[in-house]
Write a protein that binds this ligand. Sequence first.
Ligand code: G6P
Length: 607
Amino acid sequence: MCGIVGYVGRKAATPILLEGLKKLEYRGYDSAGVAVWNGEKIEVEKAKGRLRVLVEKTDNGAFPVGSAGIGHTRWSTHGKPSDINSHPQTSGTGRTAVVHNGIIENYMELKEYLASQGVTFVSETDTEVVAHLFEHYYKGDLLEAAERVASVLEGSYALGILVADHPDTLVAMRHDSPLIIGLGEDENFIASDVTAILEHTRSVYYIEDKEIAILTGASVEVYDQHSRRVKKTPSHIDWDVQAAEKGGYEHFMLKEIMEQPAAVQATISPRIKNGRVELEIPLSDEDIRSFDRIYIAACGSAYYVGCAAARVLETLLHIPVLTQLASEFRYQSPLVDERTLVIIISQSGETADSRAALREAKRLGARTLAIVNVVGSAIAKEADMSLYTWAGPEIAVATTKAYSTQLAALYLLGIRMAEARGTVTPERYGELVAAVEALPGLIEKTLGIKEQTQQLASRWFSAEHVFFIGRGIDYAVSLEGALKLKEISYTMSEAYAAGELKHGPISLIVDGTPVIAVISDNRLFEKTLSNIKEVSARGASVAAIVCESARDISGEGVTPLTIPDCEPLFAASLSVIPLQLLSYYIASLKGCDIDKPRNLAKSVTVE
Ligand code: G6P
């Protein structure tokens, strides 16, 4: 979704802003803009469409010339994508420029008030209200104006503000939308996401809700909502610049698929010591034994991780585990109380629906645990406990390595909890730990299936519909496979529990319809095979993900995609790999914008 970057220092701001915005492209956007103090006035350049249009418009960053500015990539909410609706938005005099992530919920009310004061509006955005409001309250003191603005805004915002009266200063403020300050030498930055400023600094301040920061090249002052100065300690960002670069791959998605063995290794190895799972969360054996159910809430792929993990946790813990879409959690009257553990899974840690589910769970008295990738993100901070997935920066909108590390973190949690609850024998405990430790190597081996998925993609890429089927954990993986394919290749794809196919969707199977079956557990082999036969008999073109030890089915007209044998509870970590690759190659053959699929955003900060 929207991205913010700001610079104040001695260098030319525009190229730094454009570079920063380029790093934020992955979040998804439909227009972009910059505002820079050019020595006389705040000069604004904005453009609908891809960032390259803005780059051309500014002659590759040659102008506006100046060393303080703000930039933005916009993902439309209020008003269609257009030059006018792009940010920065300015006040009528042009002396205040604002970039904004989030949604101002009371903007209509504020707009009416400002209109009654004679203000005219040129855009359809909620953000323009903030620019006018700031100017309205500004009487010479930036902090005072920012505080007054904060006192009337309702909703979520991360704001970067440039005011002509203080051309060497930026104002940054936030509520319910991430914002960080990057600390440099004789220069400072603001950004909605560390990737935007990583090449300049790794030293950052996290701005908390309702805090206001006033930055110049030489200083950063942060204030709380009562105008008290806040002493901040810089955090060091470990992510390196290369991690956020393509490193020779054509797309981030392929790079991130290939990074999965290392990412899973990074998530598990610090947490397994001498054959024992040790998690850094404050969850005692007694706490673990007190839970009588678990809810998992998440969105998108993280929700499908939850679907697979629920089967694992239920098997290991012998208590009900329910997975719900975070956006639906509040409307399902969840049976949550202090004996419930609620797990929120989120790569970004900022997804608005997942945050709302977290708050609801806390309100109902549950213990909450976040499985999150982005350190310091809102969900990580708000949950009672956080378990980080050490996937590193994930840039492609379609998640791959974050998905795999989320699964791995949940396996570790399951093993740890099963031990405390006494639901596994010591032998089984040892087997499970060994099975998790084996995963990075097995994922590496599974990636060897690349060429076969490429061949399958060349047979199937022009298909209009693709079906995914599986049972149990394989059904959860099928759901993820269908999501991957539709998000990046725009192919209609549906996942069904294999046994459910004959209750309706089989009517859609015609000659040549591609069907991919997932059978990662040999115990389900014959059952799912009978569903394969049902669709084959109706002309489907079938491929099946099967284990090495499974019976050979190539003679039955099925294209096998073979994955290594592994502990069936953890097989989702392997069976998802061919599905990621298949989607990638189909999207590639269709010429799609793989890393930045249309209409999608990486970090969805609106409900
Ligand atoms: C968006 C992304 C998905 C992601 C989902 C949840 O829809 O496009 O790839 O799975 O958000 O995001 P989160 O950051 O909470 O994991």
